[in-house]
Design a protein around this ligand. Structure first.
Ligand SMILES: C[S@@+](CC[C@H](N)C(=O)[O-])C[C@H]1O[C@@H](n2cnc3c(N)ncnc32)[C@H](O)[C@@H]1O
Length: 365
C-alpha cells in the first residue's frame, strides 16, 4: 500500500536524473504518471512528512519542487469547478486540523498546452476566499505556515497542503521569476540572484569578488550594486556601463589570472564562475582557485553540461565534477536552478586554509 503521493517538478531535460536521485533517496519509490515535461507523480511507502524529510535531507540536485498530493479533483470545465476545488481545500484544511488565524498561501499552476477555463488568479481567489471565510485562516504570502499547492491539469486538479520547507522551494514549482530591470546587463543575472536565494546566502557587506567568465557583465553588475569590489576576468569586452570605480577588468583567461594572482598572493572573499567551458575543466579550475579564497570565503560556480545522448550522461559528469571539487572545498552543494538551462549551480564553502594562509597565520603569532 502506498502511503503518500507527491508531484515532482524538475527541468524536462533532467527528468531522468531527478528520478534517479529520488530512487537513491528512497529505493522503494514508484514512479507514476508524467503530467507534463518535468512534472511527474511518485508514490512512497513513507508518510508525507517522512518522505518530504528524506528528500530535504538528501539535498537533491535536480528536483526543484515537490508537494504531497492529498486530493485529485475531477473537473468538467463548468462554473461549478471552482466551488468544488475550494470545498475540497476546506475539507483538507479541516482534516489537517488547521485553526483560525493559521497563515497560508496558495500556489496555483496550469499545465501548459491544455485549454483551461480558469486562470491561476481565479483558482487562488476561490481557495483563499473559502479558507478565510469558512475557517478563519489568514492568507500570508510572505510568511505562510503552510502552502496550498494546486496543479490544474486536463480536467483534473491536484491539491496538497505542506509546510513551505517541505517543498524545497518557496515558489510554485520552483519557478522563481524576477522582474527585468532597465540596468540589467544579461539574463545570467537571474541565475546569480536565484543561487543566492536557493543557497540562502547573503553577499558579504564589503570585500573583493573575483568574477570568472564575467562578460558581458551581469554578475559583476549585481556584485558591484551590492557594494563589493569586483575583479572581472574575461578576454571578452564588458558592457561599457560597468566601467565604474570598484571594477577592475582583467582582459584575459582565468588560467593566466590564477598564476598571476598566486604570484601576488591575492585573496578573495567570494569567487564566482560562469565560464563557458566543459564541466570537468571548470571543476578542476575551481579546485585550484580555492587557494585564493579567504578562510571564510565562498565560491559559486555554474557547471555547463552537454545534452544527454546514449553514451553521454550529464549527471555522471556532474558527479565526477563534484568529486573533484570535494577535494578542495568542505561543502559542495549543487542545484539545477530554474534559471539554469543546460547547467547546474554549485555552492562551495570554506576551503581548508591554504599553505600560504597557514604561513600568514603562523607569522602573525
Ligand atoms: C555565459 S558567459 C558569462 C555571463 C556572465 N556571467 C554575465 O552575467 O554576463 C561565459 C563567458 O565565459 C568566458 N570564458 C570562457 N572561457 C574562459 C576562460 N578560460 N577564462 C575567462 N573567461 C572565459 C567567455 O568569454 C564568456 O564571456
Amino acid at each position: 500500500m502506498n502511503n503518500s503521493t507527491f508531484l515532482i517538478t524538475c527541468s524536462d531535460e533532467f527528468q531522468g536524473a531527478a528520478w534517479a536521485e529520488l530512487k537513491q533517496i528512497d529505493p522503494r519509490l514508484e514512479k507514476g504518471e508524467t503530467l507534463a515535461p518535468g512534472l511527474f507523480l511518485i508514490s512512497s511507502l513513507h508518510d508525507e512528512a517522512s518522505l518530504a524529510g528524506l528528500v530535504e535531507f538528501g539535498q537533491p540536485i535536480y528536483v526543484r519542487h515537490l508537494f504531497p498530493v492529498q486530493a485529485v479533483i475531477e473537473l468538467d470545465e463548468s462554473p461549478a469547478d471552482l466551488a468544488q476545488l475550494s470545498a475540497r481545500a476546506v475539507e483538507q484544511a479541516r482534516a489537517e486540523d488547521r485553526q483560525a488565524g493559521d497563515r497560508f498561501s496558495v500556489q496555483a499552476r496550469l499545465i501548459e498546452g491544455i485549454p483551461h477555463t480558469y486562470n491561476t488568479f481565479a483558482i487562488k481567489e476561490a481557495i483563499v476566499a473559502a479558507l478565510t471565510t469558512t475557517l478563519g485562516l489568514q492568507e500570508n504570502i510572505k510568511a505562510p505556515e503552510y502552502v496550498v499547492s494546486v496543479v490544474y491539469a486536463e480536467k483534473k486538479a491536484y491539491l496538497g497542503f505542506s509546510r513551505p520547507e517541505q517543498n524545497l522551494s518557496d515558489w510554485a514549482g520552483g519557478m522563481r521569476h524576477y522582474a527585468k530591470r532597465p540596468e540589467q546587463i544579461s539574463r545570467a543575472e537571474f541565475k546569480l540572484l536565484e543561487a543566492l536565494e536557493v543557497f540562502n546566502l547573503d553577499l558579504p557587506k564589503t570585500g573583493t569578488v573575483l568574477d570568472l567568465g564575467a562578460a558581458p557583465g551581469g554578475w559583476s553588475r549585481v556584485l558591484l550594486e551590492a557594494g563589493l569590489r569586483v575583479i572581472a576576468v574575461d578576454p571578452a569586452a564588458l558592457d561599457p556601463r560597468l566601467y565604474i570605480p570598484g571594477l577592475e577588468h582583467y582582459r584575459g583567461h582565468a588560467e593566466e589570472f590564477l598564476r598571476r594572482a598566486e604570484r601576488e598572493d591575492r585573496r578573495f572573499d567570494l569567487i564566482c564562475n560562469d565560464m563557458r567551458m566543459d564541466a570537468l575543466v571548470a571543476a578542476g579550475l575551481m579546485a585550484d582557485f580555492a587557494r585564493l579564497l579567504t578562510p571564510a570565503g565562498l565560491a559559486l560556480t555554474s557547471l555547463k553540461l552537454p545534452h544527454e545522448t546514449k553514451k553521454l550522461k550529464p549527471h555522471t559528469l556532474v558527479l565526477r565534477a563534484l568529486t573533484l571539487l570535494k577535494q578542495s572545498y568542505s561543502e559542495v552543494h549543487a542545484r539545477q536552478l530554474f534559471h539554469n538551462r543546460q547547467e547546474v549551480m554549485v555552492l562551495l564553502r570554506n576551503p581548508r586554509p591554504s599553505i600560504s594562509e597557514k604561513h600568514h597565520n603562523q607569522s602573525v603569532k
